[in-house]
Design a protein around this ligand. Structure first.
Ligand SMILES: [Ca+2]
Ligand SMILES: [Ca+2]
Ligand SMILES: [Ca+2]
Ligand SMILES: [Ca+2]
Length: 486
């Protein structure tokens, strides 16, 4: 990626020899920086000559002049090739050896420089541990390509004493990726690189911990023995703690992440789905005989008493403040409350009869409405107010569980149904249902919700304290789940 503000064309390069201390630098932002860098994804071995070749034939002296100079006189043989010790922690601070490598490349080849750290998240790359450097070069630029070739020849080719990859050993280089190829110290070969980023806009250089901490002989003159395994992952799926010092013991196998103990949920529990916090994504909850439990995004539960056994819980943004709250339906009366707390109803509205199943939805795409389902007949009103039904739709059977959602994201809610392990969706109030799909098991209580915040609802189902869902109304496996026992 070439920074729009910092194109490093030959204009810059001409200055390098004259003013090496004032080279124009382009430091890529994380967003500009590379995509995933995963060693070991090489598909086929290619010859080292394929990549590392003198870019300017017959200019051996010029090549030598461009080679980085070690800062110390070597007193002993180079280090062994560094084994692959992957990034396991989230600790994006620039390490001294990585910074010195960046400086070495800048003083040897000129600008621009690149980034060392990146915010955690995404692919494995050693950037989150400050052990990787992105040297911004353009593979399609002949002079940049020559710099890359010079450096990689120096790094991976025989050193002055004929030791293969001698300089990579002394720097603690673990792998490099450049122009669709990756060289790894752990196998000593170039392979084609098939990661998402072709690395034609920068050389990625990952360092061992010893290299990143500037302990290797390139910087000290003294060969460092053994391997620094760095911090260790203690539990599967949990990042390792930050680097604290040299660790020459291989990391033990991390313990598996404990599965949360299922919480017993009474059979009478009703699933609740709503956007309790107003962030545009739904959360789950439970209603059990007048006790409401709402799950917050941090996993904690908001619990209070509202309604009583025999009530049917209903969810809606009754006061249009962007947050859903829970009410109850009892014998044709809707007792609505606008906050997640117990107390008296903020509103009481009559609509429906005892035995009807209450439903809530924005039928007209404008205002919240409600309705009841009576033996397969949906009586819908476009506002939450007393009055006759605005729309009547026959859809489903008395034994079906009504589910409401905006299946297509057009802003209008329409009916859906759970019938055993099947789900039916009505695309529009006047349209025929789409072919049913299977989701969950017949014993699981179905629900609908928008858990990814794209304003389309998907199918969900709950078994005990386990809520699973899809982000659409197609068949297929669950795309999200959470355990919540209230
Ligand atoms: Ca939410
Ligand atoms: Ca509200
Ligand atoms: Ca819709
Ligand atoms: Ca959604």
């Amino acid at each position: 990626m070439i920074s729009p503000t910092g194109h490093r064309g030959s204009r810059t390069r001409l200055l390098v020899g004259l003013m090496t201390a004032a080279v124009v630098a382009t430091i890529p932002t994380p967003a500009q920086a590379a995509g995933p860098e995963v060693p070991g994804t090489g598909a086929s071995v290619v010859s080292a000559d394929d990549l590392v070749r003198p870019s300017r034939p017959g200019t051996a002296s010029a090549l030598a002049a461009a080679a980085p100079e070690p800062v110390s006189r070597y007193l002993s043989a180079p280090e062994a090739l560094a084994p692959y010790v992957p990034q396991v922690s989230c600790d994006p601070v620039e390490r001294p050896g990585t910074v010195r490598l960046r400086e070495l490349l800048r003083t040897t080849y000129g600008g621009p420089v690149g980034g060392i750290t990146r915010p955690c998240g995404g692919a494995r790359s050693e950037h989150y541990e400050g052990r990787a450097y992105d040297w911004m070069l353009d593979a399609s630029d002949p002079e940049d390509a020559a710099k890359a070739s010079d450096f990689l020849t120096w790094l991976i080719g025989p050193d002055a004493k004929g030791v293969a990859a001698g300089n990579a050993r002394r720097l603690g280089v673990m792998y490099v990726i450049w122009d669709r190829r990756i060289w790894g110290s752990y196998n000593g070969v170039w392979k084609s690189y098939t990661g998402a980023s072709p690395h034609t806009d920068h050389i990625h250089i990952s360092l061992s911990w010893d290299g990143a901490m500037a302990r290797t002989s390139f910087w000290t003159g003294t060969t460092v023995a053994g391997t620094d395994y760095g911090p260790c992952v203690r539990q599967v799926g949990v990042p390792a703690p930050p680097y604290r010092g040299r660790n020459t013991q291989p990391c033990p196998t991390p313990t598996p992440t404990p599965t949360p103990t299922p919480v017993a949920v009474p059979g009478a529990a009703q699933s609740l789905v709503g956007d309790w916090d107003g962030d545009g994504r739904d959360e789950v909850g439970l209603f059990v005989d007048g006790v409401v439990s709402l799950r917050r995004d941090d996993g904690a539960a908001v619990r209070y008493r509202y309604g009583r056994a025999g009530d049917v819980a209903v969810v809606g943004d009754w006061d249009r403040d962007g947050k859903d709250s829970v009410g109850v339906y009892r014998n044709g009366m809707w007792y609505l409350r606008n906050s997640a707390s117990g107390g008296a109803a903020d509103r009481a509205v009559g609509f429906g009869l005892a035995g009807d199943r209450p439903v809530v939805g924005t039928w007209d795409g404008r205002s919240l409405g409600f309705g009841v389902v009576r033996k397969g007949r949906w009586l819908l009103r476009s506002s939450v107010s007393q009055g006759p039904a605005d729309v009547v739709v026959d859809f489903g059977r008395a034994s079906d569980r009504p589910l409401v959602g905006d299946w297509d994201g057009d802003g209008r809610d329409t009916p859906g149904l759970q019938r055993g392990d099947l789900r039916f969706a009505l695309p529009g109030l006047r349209q025929v249902p789409v072919a049913p799909v299977g989701f969950g098991r017949a014993s699981m209580q179905g629900f609908a919700g928008d858990f990814d915040g794209d304003r389309r609802d998907g199918w969900g189902a709950r078994s005990g304290d386990h809520f699973v869902w899809r982000n659409d109304v197609r068949a297929g496996v669950a795309q999200g789940d959470v355990r919540f026992g209230g």
